[in-house]
Design a protein around this ligand. Structure first.
Ligand SMILES: C[S@@+](CC[C@H](N)C(=O)[O-])C[C@H]1O[C@@H](n2cnc3c(N)ncnc32)[C@H](O)[C@@H]1O
Length: 178
């Protein structure tokens, strides 16, 4: 009986880890971290001010969250992550780095959460994910909220800037809600 229990427990664990990663890929994007060489550009374009609330939609291993905590005076930095292994890894890493008071990683689907509290939103998702977010941003975000989208634009939206460094670099799109 105990053996069956352990077997079921292991199966559930495997399903949670691989199933949630596959689900993320289907929903808005599989995991691929933003390039380290682009971090400075991302931070500069995000324009985070003292006291801001910043969201990373699909926070992966938490590298953007940690960079924001290290380099800005944001009051609260929130990451949403649906892949269980990445969620767990980032929570542990953030705790060891001593940022647990300013960074909150929330396990779940950002498409079903209200994003209205954010002053700045960062996202690195597929075009399919960006298409889903466009109408949600329109409904929920306040005037003046900045959106920094790495690599892919929001379909049908006009960015206030499209940042590239040379021909080979990844574009970063900035939007401000009016
Ligand atoms: C391309 S990665 C970007 C990771 C991180 N933002 C970075 O730039 O390094 C996209 C992340 O979004 C997560 N994701 C995809 N759809 C999601 C959803 N609906 N809710 C929460 N997380 C999601 C994936 O698991 C993955 O970790």
């Amino acid at each position: 009986m105990l053996e069956i229990g352990i077997y079921v427990f292991l199966l559930l664990g495997i399903f949670l880890i691989f199933g949630s990663a596959a689900y993320a890929g289907l929903k808005a994007s599989p995991w691929l971290p933003a390039f380290k060489k682009d971090m400075e550009r991302i931070l500069k374009l995000s324009g985070v001010k003292e006291g801001d609330v910043v969201y990373d939609l699909g926070s992966g291993d938490g590298r953007i969250l940690i960079a924001l905590a290290n380099n800005t005076k944001a009051r609260l930095i929130v990451g949403y992550e649906i892949s269980f292994l990445l969620y767990l890894w980032s929570v542990i890493n953030i705790w060891f780095k001593g940022f647990s008071k300013r960074i909150e990683v929330r396990f779940g689907d950002f498409l079903s959460r209200d994003l209205g509290q954010a002053d700045v939103i960062f996202c690195f998702l597929t075009p399919k994910g960006m298409k889903k977010l466009g109408p949600k941003f329109k409904r929920e975000l306040r005037k003046g909220t900045r959106i920094i989208s790495y690599t892919f634009s929001i379909p049908g939206w006009e960015p206030v800037s499209e940042n590239r460094i040379g021909d080979q670099s990844v574009p970063i799109f900035t939007y401000v809600i009016d």
